[in-house]
Design a protein around this ligand. Structure first.
Ligand code: BES
Ligand code: MN
Ligand code: ZN
Length: 495
């Protein structure tokens, strides 16, 4: 998709489709008024007939509108003008793009000069339009023999806020598109089945990404190398699998070599059977999504490299498959983590934390400014939050507050749960330094408590994306969350 800023008036724009906003009860935006005038009151007539009311997300395409140069006019419902906040504006753009992509329009222009989004900068709409356009045009067909038809639209332009500089709108569109492609990359990795998307596959995808960007260095650690680092906890998860575990290390340099990096850590369990503590059969296929944290790290690294963010960032992924077999770790087994702490594995299905703890210890070598881990860690997070928000737990209140704010800005929201010391004794073990489960209560919190024991040397936040990383049911598929949040957070950091 190509993106551009066009400042011309509605009646002179030569696009296959031009979109104007109509507010609730048919009140016309400035651009819609112009189009109305040019088209001999064509919009007023439709509005008066109440065929189109301007409800948020409503769309109607008018073909060969009189008086306009474009082949199609898209009426885009904006709802109540005063209520157009970022969430509603995104919904409106999304609906508009859906209608355009369903048509055969090869180019589309969004006439949005007069549209103000509550609480957002003048470039917000341009950025979001490009992001939504990328996301709306993604279709999964890699493992279908019949490929889906690509959208006909190849060019999207916008006339942004009058007061905004063209340059800043262009930058906004570029970053929106880069965020969208990062999200799609994460979605795609998530959607691939477990027999394709193995730890080695994730590693080769990361290596390929490193080849694309000179600023990105990627190295892969084998099981042998991890054994030398004494990553006994991570390796205990892959002990039952024929697939070799991989530690993926992606180093992005956007600042001076000695500038301390921000580190992202992704859970990359490419399939989670539960191991010897085998899961029940229902919906077990969805455990191919157990690497969505890893996918979000890879997607985010792709976006930051494309955006050339002026900081250093390290993306780490612990990639493993969790399988039962005669070589698998058993309940009661005790393993020794890279940090030297012994862990009693009371449930082999609580494997994510066993992977992450060694990767967190590995992160220490960077003396990071902040570490954020992203993981589909607990069913309890799904029970608590459903799919709208990811769980956030942190050992640093400032970092937590900043992530909550970035979640609001990017519409990729997180909400904090307490990481109080009162919960820590739930992880006591009679036989090791720590147990890998904390019992049936407060599952998301005790999982984070476990991780916190390995994150004492830096500012750290944990995002449990078990509920937000994918949709179930008819719309089954990975969401690419929280790439948008992570890019927003990293964009705010300085070297
Ligand atoms: N990958 C799962 C968490 C999960 C389950 C995410 C369902 C999304 C939907 C994780 O590895 C797991 O199995 N967690 C267990 C932990 C328990 C054994 C302490 C869980 O949440 O049931
Ligand atoms: Mn599990
Ligand atoms: Zn898991």
């Amino acid at each position: 998709m190509k993106y551009s800023i066009k400042a011309a008036a509605v009646d002179t724009i030569n696009a296959d489709c031009i979109a104007v906003v109509v507010w609730n009860k048919g009140s016309l935006s400035e651009e819609a008024q112009l189009a109305d005038k040019a088209s001999n009151k064509g919009i007023s007539k439709i509005v008066r007939s109440e065929d189109f009311t301007g409800k948020l997300g409503e769309t109607q395409i008018i073909h060969n509108p009189v008086g306009l140069k474009s082949k199609r006019l898209l009426l885009l419902g904006g709802g109540e003008n005063k209520k157009l906040n970022s969430k509603n504006a995104a919904k409106m753009l999304c609906a508009g793009l859906k209608a355009i992509f369903k048509s055969n329009a090869t180019s589309a222009h969004f006439a949005l000069t007069s549209i103000e989004v509550k609480g957002e900068s003048t470039s917000w709409l341009s950025q979001r339009l490009a992001q939504e356009a990328e996301c709306e045009s993604y279709k999964y067909d890699e493992t279908k023999s019949k490929k889906s038809k690509a959208v006909s639209t190849k060019l999207i332009s916008i006339s942004g806020a009058k007061t905004a500089r063209k340059k800043s709108l262009e930058t906004a569109m570029k970053s929106g598109a880069a965020i969208g492609t990062g999200i799609n990359r994460a979605r795609h990795l998530g959607n691939l089945p477990g027999n394709i998307c193995t730890p080695s596959y994730l590693a080769s995808e990361a290596v390929a990404l490193g080849k694309k960007h000179a600023s990105l260095t990627v190295k892969i650690l084998s099981e042998k190398q991890m054994a030398r680092l004494k990553m006994g906890s991570l390796l205990s998860v892959s002990a039952g699998s024929a697939e070799e575990a991989k530690l993926i290390v992606m180093e992005y340099k956007g600042a001076k070599a000695d500038s301390k990096p921000h580190v992202l850590v992704g859970k990359g369990v490419t399939f989670d059977t539960g191991g010897i503590s085998l899961k029940a059969g229902a919906a077990m296929d969805e455990m191919k999504f157990d690497m969505c944290g890893a996918a979000s790290v890879i997607g985010t690294m792709a976006t930051v490299a494309q955006l050339k963010l002026p900081i250093n960032i390290v993306g780490l992924v612990g990639a493993v498959e969790n399988m039962p077999s005669s070589t698998a770790t058993k309940p009661g087994d005790i393993v020794t983590s890279m940090a030297g702490k012994t862990i009693e594995v009371l449930n082999t299905d609580a494997e994510g934390r066993l992977v992450l703890c060694d990767v967190l210890t590995y992160a220490e070598r960077y003396k990071p400014r902040s570490v954020i881990d992203i993981a589909t860690l607990t069913g309890a997070a799904v029970a608590t939050f459903g799919s709208h928000v990811s769980a956030l737990l942190s050992n640093d209140d400032k970092l937590a507050a900043s992530l909550i704010q970035c979640g609001q800005n990017s519409l990729d929201r997180v909400w904090q749960l307490p990481l109080w010391e009162e919960y820590q004794p739930l992880l006591d073990s009679n036989f090791a330094d720590i147990a890998n489960i904390g019992g049936p209560r407060a599952g998301t919190i005790t999982a984070a408590c476990f991780l916190s024991r390995f994150a004492e040397k830096f500012k750290w936040a944990h995002l449990d994306i078990a509920g937000s990383a994918w949709n179930s049911g008819a719309q089954k598929g990975a969401t690419g969350r929280p790439v948008a949040l992570l890019v927003e957070y990293l964009s705010q950091q300085k070297a």
